[in-house]
Write a protein that binds this ligand. Structure first.
Ligand code: 5GP
Ligand code: ZN
Length: 114
């Protein structure tokens, strides 16, 4: 999609620090990490948010969770624990309108979120 920063990262037009890539999913380090480990998992297909998901995306979303698990294990945060977040819309603070799962670890997190 034009003017989507994450589509530009997928296309290689904007550099990123990749941690995982396959045909349908890309994961890269967040540019402004909010935890010692902060990775974003995105589908290569441009989907704006959870609100744009369809039943045909089931496999893709399940795959994103598999990739999240793999990254957590490989980055050494599986045992200590980690947080996965998908922000949707203004109240949640979604700033990039290409669906993305945050994976954060390496420190303790508050609950509930602020
Ligand atoms: P949101 O607030 O939409 O849930 O999260 C968007 C995330 O994308 C933020 O944590 C922000 O730091 C990250 N981000 C925004 N632009 C870029 C970029 O160009 N490269 C990378 N690696 N992360 C970005
Ligand atoms: Zn996009």
């Amino acid at each position: 999609m034009d003017n989507c920063i994450f589509c530009k990262i997928i296309a290689g037009e904007i550099p990123s620090n990749k941690v995982y890539e396959d045909d349908t999913v890309l994961a890269f380090k967040d540019i402004e990490p909010k935890a010692p480990i902060h990775v974003l998992v995105i589908p290569k297909k441009h989907i704006k948010s959870i609100l744009e998901l369809h039943s045909s995306d089931k496999e893709l979303i399940a795959h994103m969770f598999e990739v999240a698990k793999k990254i957590a294990v490989e980055m050494g945060i599986a045992e200590t624990g980690f947080r996965t977040i998908i922000n949707t819309g203004d109240n949640a603070g979604q700033t990039v309108h290409h669906i993305h799962m945050h994976i954060m670890g390496g420190r303790e997190f508050d609950w509930p979120e602020g």
